[in-house]
Design a binder for this molecule. Sequence first.
Ligand code: GDP
Length: 475
Amino acid sequence: MNALPSDPIIAIATAPGRGGIGVIRVSGPDLRAWAESLCGQALQSRHAHYLPFRHRDGDVMDEGLALFFPGPHSYTGEDVLELQGHGGPAVLRRVLDDCLARGAAIGLRLAQPGEFTQRAFLNDRLDLAQAEAVADLIEASSTAAARSAMASLSGVFSAEIDALSERIVQLRMLVEATLDFPEEEIDFLEKYQAAERLDAVTATLDGVLRTARQGLVLREGLHVVLAGQPNVGKSSLLNALAGEDVAIVTPIAGTTRDRVIQQIHIDGIPLHIVDTAGLRDTDDTVERIGIERTWAEIARAQVILHLQDARHPDDPLDADIVRRLPAGTPVLRVLNKVDLTSGEAVRPDRGSGGGQGAVPGSGGGEAVPGDHGEIRISARTGAGLDTLRARLLHIAGWTPGAESPWLARERHVQALDAAREHLLLAREHASHSDQVLDLFAEELRLAHEALCEITGQFTSDDLLGEIFSRFCIGK
Ligand code: GDP
């Protein structure tokens, strides 16, 4: 764990640009004397003082509120001063520069991204999962994601992890006590019903893992690539899903020459939809580059929507495309322009999309790669689009209607997976003879350690650096 930093830090906490209010935040130990001299008056704790923000040369730069939060009852756990003035970049910059100049004597410096929250973590104001939830709340792109991030921030997720850890610790204590008295080892497993207890912990962990996977989908969404021949309606479908004209639609083949990415939400799940250049043989250099990029996008996709013209479902060129699609990525064949197929009603969906599955790379374990069957739609009339949306959520591993009580990150799911692996290995040792009690104990230790990584009790400085560097400045 890092040594606790002691140098005071400062940053503009509000977003860059112009706004009604701009906030500057300072955090450090023993800031009161400095803060009061900066503000030119005594500051009552946690009280809003309306005052002029005076430059060190005497002129008034701005006027607004000063709030002093003495540690440890502050966001960072240290003394915190907040100056709330007008939200213009020039005035904020001036107040910031003046604070820095007047703080030189106490070592005041600009904060790194996420450094306020990192201090909150280091001072035990938040655990690591909660600290991550701060960033996730700020970045949430849907109400559902914001609600779940807030639940994580309030500690719902951490409480589940702590409860699991606690149960593993109890088992560990029993085993390790037994290891000190070898004569008791013989009937340890039976005496303490170790196998049964282990099964119960594993079952709880499975439930947490399922919810975490949902939370991961909610946070990260799904990377969907629209692929197909020119003119099958890829751009039209993107526009229909987005509900606005983001891609150029023309009857001229080869219009989309570069990718267009649009983020849409279905049930609060963010979908990053990539429209690509149509796949065909071409002599046009620019179009060829576009087609190469399309294949690069297809290689990165979590789901491929292979669009075809419903009037020519057996086009040999589509068979060529199918042959080149990466194995292991879910592919949904989308037959578009059903409105032009004479008299044929939209057939019910068929195909293999019935199984529950998550998507590779989204951290889900039960990926259902490959063929997800076909659906028939019309980007023009909107027929079949609801089914398409539902199918996409299904492939993402999202259970509609199931609230995700917290947001999760890939690393949380990985840690839960690792903990689960160790519990299963421990279980295996438990079903053998008692000779392997020390191995049983070791697997429990590793499972416990994996869970602690989530809340940050055992986390390398590198990982901490990586997590906090992704925050915005001032948070
Ligand atoms: P892309 O090249 O695959 O992106 O195809 P576009 O979206 O540019 O569409 C090519 C042409 O097909 C345009 O004239 C669209 O208006 C038309 N189109 C797209 N989807 C449909 C559809 O569902 N029904 C009909 N009738 N026309 C469509």
